[in-house]
Design a binder for this molecule. Structure first.
Ligand SMILES: [Zn+2]
Length: 46
């Protein structure tokens, strides 16, 4: 059983990464699982 829930895919995960989204000049912290975090990193490089 995971201790956290991924913000993106909504699955429970024990390995979590905190990322910061910027929306209209406001910072918003979200928690992502491993695979979603990787995708998020990839999207930053494009
Ligand atoms: Zn996820």
């Amino acid at each position: 059983m995971g201790s956290y829930t991924c913000h993106y895919c909504d699955h429970p995960t024990e390995s979590i990464h905190q990322v910061t989204f910027y929306q209209e000049q406001e910072e918003q912290n979200e928690l992502l699982c491993d695979s979603c975090y990787e995708e998020w990193l990839m999207s930053l490089r494009e």
